[in-house]
Design a protein around this ligand. Structure first.
Ligand code: DAH
Length: 369
């Protein structure tokens, strides 16, 4: 009898081990525990019940065997539970805890630059005005003094919208000047960032959709030095306090006079010469950074050795544009400027090809996040 029972107990131990090997969830583990240790019909309980039929002499031996099995089962079950928890299958989870393994996002470089520019102009008291991307042809061209047969209106350059005779995808952010002036009386100063569209084939420096920031200030007695001072303040905050601005005569139908603005190269451009000029407030138009700098790097990756970087277009708002928007040019004057955000990305962050900005490769974009 005692041998038989001992064999059975050993058999039970083996089947327990076999079953335990296949347990993969806390629920299955609980069921296994119930089957072996359960109070009413647990296998070990049934062995204990059978002790009654054993002779007093054999009882301690058999009892010891059963207790050993019980201790073995309890220990193995506890070990299996710990292993299940450690293997990432906890028996409970606190869903109110913050997730720890979510990747952190960031702004796209274009959005980040736009926000930096907005921040600087907000600090100078400017307001931000956003406008529509599908724009009236009248605002995009006519009211900005771009006559009907101007090449900019060419179908080659402009996306016209089928079914809407009077609408185009705006080719620049300048129509926001018109919208704002029609709706507000001076004085005001705004910037207007956003998308613009032109029928350009994508290449390293062109994209059919791109981003600009427009600026406009109108008040009594505004003249060119206000424009210059504003752009200098902005560029020194944005590109570095040592840079020098150069205004070159330019042509835009909506400004008169108009100027293309360059900054001295912030990487190699004449640290000594530029600063000296910068502190005196300006550099004469047409002066060369190369002339001011003996340290120009002919292989500079930013300015390619010229010492200057073209960054924006600007000018005094054309009196006809003011008049087209119901503002008396005898009483008011203003300045305007427009800069390309992609151009800033290329100049300031050394992005060599603007298609990279639209390919959404996180290995590139992540560097600016
Ligand atoms: N709209 C011009 C462009 O897209 C940029 C520009 C130049 C804006 C001069 C201005 C300005 O406000 O005064 O090329």
């Amino acid at each position: 009898m005692i041998d038989e029972l001992a064999k059975e107990i050993e058999g039970a131990r083996r089947s327990f081990l076999h079953e335990l090997e296949h347990v993969q969830s806390p629920e299955k583990l609980a069921a296994l525990k119930e089957r072996y240790l359960g109070r009413k019909s647990g296998i070990i309980g049934r062995y204990l019940a059978r002790l009654k039929g054993v002779t007093p002499a054999e009882k301690p031996v058999v009892g010891q065997e059963i207790n050993r099995l019980k201790a073995f089962v309890e220990e193995a079950l506890a070990g299996a539970r710990d292993a299940l928890c450690a293997s990432g299958r906890p028996q409970w989870q606190d869903h109110s805890l913050p997730a720890s393994d979510l990747p952190v996002g960031g702004f796209h470089l274009i959005a980040a630059i736009q926000r930096q520019i907005e921040e600087l102009f907000l600090n100078m008291g400017y307001e931000i005005a956003y406008g529509p991307e599908a724009e009236l042809e009248d605002y995009n061209f006519t009211k900005l003094n771009i006559p009907e047969f101007h090449p900019a209106r060419d179908e080659q350059d402009t996306f016209f919208l089928e079914g809407f005779d009077d609408l185009v995808l705006r080719t620049h952010t300048s129509p926001m000047q018109v919208r704002y002036m029609l709706d507000h009386r001076p004085p005001f100063k705004i910037i207007s960032p956003g998308k613009a569209f032109r029928k350009d084939d994508p290449d390293a420096t062109h994209s059919p959709c791109f981003h600009q920031v427009e600026g406009l200030l109108v008040d009594r007695g505004i003249h060119f030095s206000h424009l210059r001072g504003t752009l200098e303040a902005f560029c020194r905050s944005f590109y570095g306090s040592g840079i020098v601005l150069r205004f070159r005569p330019g042509y835009f139908p909506f400004t008169e006079p108009s100027a293309e603005v360059d900054i001295s190269c912030f990487l190699c451009g004449s640290p000594a010469g530029s600063r000296a000029q910068g502190q005196s407030g300006s550099s004469p138009a047409g002066s060369s950074a190369a002339g001011a700098a003996s340290r120009l790097d002919p292989d500079c990756r930013v300015c390619k050795g010229s010492g200057w970087l073209e960054i924006l277009g600007s000018g005094m708002v054309h009196p006809k544009v003011l008049a087209n928007c119901g503002i008396d040019p005898e009483e008011y004057s203003g300045f305007a400027f427009g800069m390309g955000i992609e151009r800033v990305a290329m100049v300031k962050y050394g992005v060599p090809d603007l298609r990279l900005l639209y390919e959404n490769d996180l290995r590139l974009l992540g560097q600016f996040g």
